[in-house]
Write a protein that binds this ligand. Structure first.
Ligand SMILES: Nc1ncnc2c1ncn2[C@@H]1O[C@H](COP(=O)(O)OP(=O)(O)OP(=O)(O)O)[C@@H](O)[C@H]1O
Length: 265
């Protein structure tokens, strides 16, 4: 890892949960996929949601981001009950899902891609018609965002020419254009090679200093390196929570992972 874990573990704002869920429950017909899950996502911290295959991680992710309606339970964002709110309104409150703006434009430069994301973010934030800001005006901010994800020196390159890992970094830049209060990433390291994994993990750590961040992740080494808080799910229920040292030594967690394909990560 290029970022030393100790250097990124800031306790600033640790007591303030930006996003909380209580008693989160989801049934698909008779099947209980998520049962009575409590979770708190804090400003300035990386919260990792882990668990064996089929544990309910994606379902919790989709519940928190309002893509699914819970069967029971309550979700609160910045002290506002968002349980019944539609995803677009929740997005305007600052909850951003990976990679919400996403779909980068291959033929366009990295800089123009981020400018367009900023333009869309402006449109998302205001409810009334107003003239679109010119792309030129957005360039300084777009350069800042590219710098934040380590792509400033490639700003004029075509997005299509980037490596897979750098494309994901560009997507993070477009996501940051929304200035998330809460950023939820679903398997942000999936499909990446070793070097890209390290860069993305480092980037996630940096990004989390300015927001509350939840990631669903299978890569337990990265979870150990950058996760401040871990929630372990099994069969739709919270099996354990705490820092990595706590959950990884919990005999129930070890048993849950034994024999699962995640166990080897
Ligand atoms: N739309 C659906 N309809 C019916 N069952 C579903 C649906 N979505 C998920 N499930 C079931 O709910 C359970 C939890 O699935 P989920 O995808 O949330 O797990 P996961 O922890 O994300 O798994 P993985 O690590 O394999 O992605 C699984 O048994 C799955 O088959």
């Amino acid at each position: 890892m290029t970022t030393h874990p100790a250097a990124v573990r800031s306790d600033a704002g640790a007591s303030r949960a930006v996003l909380s869920a209580r008693g989160l429950t989801k049934r698909f017909g008779p099947f209980l996929a998520v049962n009575n899950v409590d979770i708190d996502i804090h400003h300035g911290r990386v919260h990792a949601l882990i668990g064996p295959n089929g544990a309910g991680k994606s379902t919790v992710f989709n519940l928190l981001t309002k893509f699914y309606t819970p069967t029971a339970g309550r979700i609160v964002l910045d002290e506002t009950d968002i349980t019944a709110m539609d995803p677009a309104r929740v997005a305007r409150m600052g909850m951003v899902r990976s990679f919400q703006i996403s779909a980068t434009f291959g033929d366009m430069s990295l800089l123009d891609n981020v400018c367009i994301a900023l333009q869309r973010a402006n449109n998302l934030a205001v409810q009334f018609w107003r003239p679109l800001s010119s792309l030129d005006r957005l360039r300084p901010r777009a350069m800042e965002l590219l710098d934040r994800v380590g792509l400033a020196d490639m700003s004029q390159r075509r997005a299509a020419d980037l490596s897979y890992g750098r494309k994901r970094a560009l997507e993070i830049a477009t996501t940051l254009a929304l200035e998330p209060r809460v950023l939820l990433l679903d398997e942000p390291l999936a499909g990446m090679g070793h070097e890209d994994v390290e860069n993305m993990a480092s980037l996630i750590s940096t990004v989390a200093r300015d927001c509350a961040l939840l990631m669903v992740e299978h890569n337990l080494k990265v979870v150990a390196d950058i996760g401040h808080e871990i929630t372990v799910l099994q069969r739709g229920e919270v099996l354990a929570r705490g820092d990595y040292a706590t959950v990884s030594t919990d005999p129930r967690v070890r048993e849950a992972y034994m024999g699962s394909e995640d166990g080897g990560h």
